[in-house]
Design a protein around this ligand. Structure first.
Ligand code: SAH
Length: 353
């Protein structure tokens, strides 16, 4: 069955026409779903009740709710555990910045990329999220933000999942969330993070979207990258960098590279020098992240000084880089861990609503 919330404005209008309804119903329903962020057809009070009943039966909407909300005592960062209609869970994080709130959302339930440092992939991919489910993450978090006098000014697709592995749904989601008749978030305020699916980076470039592409690099060479990221066995680092250069040439948007510093693995001065050579001339930004400890992985972050030294080395050699400020450390804000804690409880049979 089709979920009307997953349809772009054009597709919704076609569907409404195919149902034999007057065209203005398409606009009405779209505005209810995406501007007023209605969670059910019952809220759509200017639709005839017979139509609402028909929509309920023929076009059930994804049923997503906030099951748990954790608020950091340190910096106010909010972590959401979203429950999906089939009982699965994903996570989102809302961070407060001076320029407005930033929301991090999930694009898949689980992940099949297998990065060895990441909590989201430990149990593999369960399924893709639909555009409707991703929109619900945004709308529920936005409502919660507004209730607290805050707004969502930007968004990152950096939660659970690999966005480019759920390409079509993510594209429709982006079309809807940026639409003027809908949530109307500027594409320039959105970042999409990928572990480096090279074929999909070319495909994304063709769309010429004004979003920021973040590439999870995490290593300066194939030898180290293959140790931590299985995707590197499919595409060597030089092919990835070539795709990134093509992306920049095609879209005019500079790439942002994520680099999680893991003690003794990729955080030595010689790694910094290799990284500088690799990214030379790209005008890219490097986001350094002291790796988050995940119990199952055994990786550790280096000392504060070595992180700073790595960053300084990049900057001194003309490579733009910053160390990401850590938020929500008391609520496990890094993605994947809250979902796992619920899954573990589920298995033990002690979890109840
Ligand atoms: N699949 C996408 C987006 C989700 S992961 C991607 O790989 O980019 C979001 C970011 O968190 C990625 O850069 C990922 O590599 C990073 N990440 C995952 N586990 C981490 C950990 N334990 N510590 C630091 N960063 C981590």
């Amino acid at each position: 069955m089709t979920d009307l919330r997953s349809l772009t404005y054009e597709k919704l209008c076609e569907e409404v026409k195919a149902m034999g309804l007057p065209a203005f119903r398409g606009k009405q329903i779209y505005e209810w779903l995406h501007q007023k962020r209605a969670m059910s057809y019952d809220e759509m009070t200017n639709l005839p009740s017979a139509l609402r009943e028909r929509l309920k039966k023929e076009y059930p909407l994804a049923d997503v709710s906030i099951e748990q909300k954790l608020v950091s005592k340190i910096d106010g960062t909010v972590k959401y555990l979203f429950r999906l209609g089939d009982g699965e869970h994903v996570e989102g994080v809302r961070m407060a910045y001076k320029r407005g709130g930033s929301l991090c959302i999930s694009t898949q339930c689980g992940c099949r990329m297998g990065c060895t440092f990441c909590a989201s992939t430990l149990t593999g991919l369960c399924r893709n999220l639909t555009p409707s489910e991703m929109l619900c993450e945004v709308y529920l978090a936005a409502r919660d933000a507004e209730e607290n006098g805050e707004k969502i000014a930007s968004m990152v697709l950096m939660g659970i999942g690999e966005p480019l592995d759920n390409f079509d749904n993510v594209m429709d989601f982006l079309t809807i969330v940026t639409s003027e008749q809908g949530f109307n978030l500027g594409m320039r305020h959105i970042s999409l993070s990928t572990c480096g699916l090279v074929d999909k980076i070319y495909k994304l470039a063709e769309r010429k979207l004004q979003l920021t592409l973040s590439v999870s690099l995490h290593a300066p060479n194939d030898e180290i990258r293959r140790r931590t990221m299985p995707v590197a066995r499919r595409w060597p680092i030089n092919e990835l960098i070539k795709a990134c250069k093509d992306y920049f040439d095609t879209t005019g948007r500079r790439i942002s590279f994520e680099y999680a510093l893991i003690d003794g693995v990729n955080d030595r001065p010689e790694h910094a020098m290799e990284l500088i050579a690799l990214l030379k001339g790209m005008g890219a930004h490097v986001n350094l992240i002291p790796v988050n400890k995940v119990n199952e992985t055994g990786y550790r972050r280096g000392k504060r000084e070595s992180v700073e030294a790595f960053c300084r080395l990049l900057n001194d050699n003309g490579q733009n880089a910053t160390v990401r400020r850590e938020l929500g450390s008391d609520i496990n804000a890094a993605c994947g861990q809250l979902r796992r804690s619920v899954m573990n409880k589920d298995r033990g049979g002690t979890f109840s609503e």
